[in-house]
Design a protein around this ligand. Structure first.
Ligand code: HEM
Length: 87
């Protein structure tokens, strides 16, 4: 829940801009650290160190909002070292 990359940057291109009603070539920031600390997703104990919250997988930990957990980013530019880092 405390990833080193706390803001994930993206620049919109035609497809993304149309889909999300954003201007083209617009720089966006996804606030990973805030989403990883949202009480509605993670519960009131979100600030506690509790690895057990992941005991039954990310789906259960995020109450089926698995897109709310992206310490390694997401999509075509997702971290290439994710599996290595997890091992
Ligand atoms: C806990 C460890 C790590 C975390 C939390 C992490 C996180 C991230 C994040 C958030 C990104 C940006 C992804 C995006 O824009 O969607 C990224 C990119 C990247 N990471 Fe990691 N990373 C970790 C370890 C590693 C390791 C060990 C390696 C290599 C051995 C690695 C190689 C890369 C590379 C090459 C990219 C660029 C991928 C691209 O732009 O196509 N990372 N990482």
């Amino acid at each position: 829940l405390y990833p080193p990359v706390i803001l994930l940057g993206r620049k919109t291109y035609d497809y993304g801009a149309r889909r999300y009603h954003l201007p083209e070539r617009c720089y966006t920031r996804l606030p990973v650290i805030f989403i990883h600390h949202d009480h509605e997703i993670w519960g009131q104990d979100v600030h506690e160190f509790n690895p057990e919250r992941f005991a039954n997988g990310i789906c259960k930990a995020t109450k089926n909002n698995q897109m709310a957990f992206f310490p390694f980013g997401w999509g075509p530019r997702i971290c290439l070292g994710q599996n290595f880092a997890n091992v």
